[in-house]
Design a protein around this ligand. Structure first.
Ligand SMILES: [Mg+2]
Length: 311
């Protein structure tokens, strides 16, 4: 989850004058972020991530999207197994036909549902004190081992195991815990434990878990780790919720990401299976690109400016 760069803020919306999305209908440019409520106006307690988190936690539409993704993954897996030249990774070179098959999956919001962590940050935020994302707090959440399974993930992974396909988890969870000195390796142990509790296939020694901070893998970029998997395995599918779960992205601008995604347009749904995640991801960083670090007002202003209004 360390891809998250921006700091979330609680948005104070005056009860009068600002609805959802209608405020800029006649303006050429989006309105700036709403000012704090003044005396006499009743502030609405809302949060940038409220709707997105509720959608993931409560909607049939999210659940169906995840089931749809894993149903597609199952069909794609069968097709990939039948074609020895098939590979889903741009990092795979040469003829992979003689290598054993594997699938590469991200963990958070792909296999594991951490929405209670999101919900906690929203619930604990107040109008004057928003709770920002914090890596140490995140690692404490990992240690709680309360993540659940994304709908369809466990069933798909057990199907893959039945076809003798190895799941390789390439995750930006850190191998260590909240205190890197005291909790050496705790991130790996806790992640294996939660996967096992959910009856999701994982190697007990962590050999199928390629984590950040392990083996010199200090970058959030996953290309090196996909290449390491491709050395030993034929990669049949990539499954993730973030663009970088599929390919290393050099041009991280919105236009650059669109161009690269379109270049591999035929791979979506056949080699690359994407799970919906509207709560965080590199898509958000692409919007706030260039905003000063630790300046939530600047990041929020860039989001308003990114709204696409009718011309
Ligand atoms: Mg993820």
């Amino acid at each position: 989850m360390s891809i998250r760069k921006s700091v979330w803020t609680v948005v104070v919306v005056a009860a009068v004058g600002l609805g959802t999305g209608s405020c800029g209908a006649t303006a050429k440019r989006p309105a700036p972020p709403p000012a704090p409520a003044t005396a006499g106006e009743k502030p609405l307690r809302t949060h940038e991530n409220l709707n997105a988190t509720l959608w993931m936690q409560t909607s049939v539409e999210y659940r169906a999207s995840a089931l749809q993704a894993y149903h597609t993954a199952r069909l794609a897996l069968d097709a990939a197994l039948a074609d020895p030249r098939w590979t889903a990774a741009v990092e795979q070179t040469g003829d992979p036909g003689s290598k054993p098959p594997a699938i590469v999956l991200d963990l958070d919001e792909t296999v594991l549902d951490n929405s209670p962590f999101e919900a906690r940050m929203i619930a604990e935020s107040t109008l004057d004190r928003p709770v920002p994302y914090d890596e140490t707090v995140w690692r404490r959440w990992v240690a709680e081992k309360k993540a659940t399974a994304v709908p369809g993930a466990a069933e798909f992974l057990r199907y893959a195991a039945s076809r003798h396909v190895t799941p390789m988890y390439v995750t930006n969870r850190n191998i260590d815990g909240a205190d890197p000195q005291k909790d050496k390796g705790a991130g790996e142990r806790d992640t294996i434990a939660v996967l096992r509790t959910l009856n999701i296939p994982v190697d007990g020694k962590g050999d199928t878990l390629l984590m950040r901070g392990e083996n010199g893998w200090d970058s959030s970029d996953k290309g090196t780790r996909r290449a390491a998997v491709a050395e030993k395995y034929r990669i049949l599918l990539l499954v993730g919720d973030n663009f970088e779960d599929f390919i290393s992205v050099k041009d991280t601008s919105l236009a650059g990401r669109d161009t690269l995604a379109d270049k591999y347009g035929d791979w979506w749904g056949s080699k690359w299976i994407v799970l919906p995640n509207p709560t965080y991801g590199s898509w958000e960083g692409a919007i706030t690109l260039g905003a000063p670090q630790n300046d939530p007002a600047a990041a929020l202003a860039r989001k308003y400016a990114a709204l696409r209004l009718a011309r």
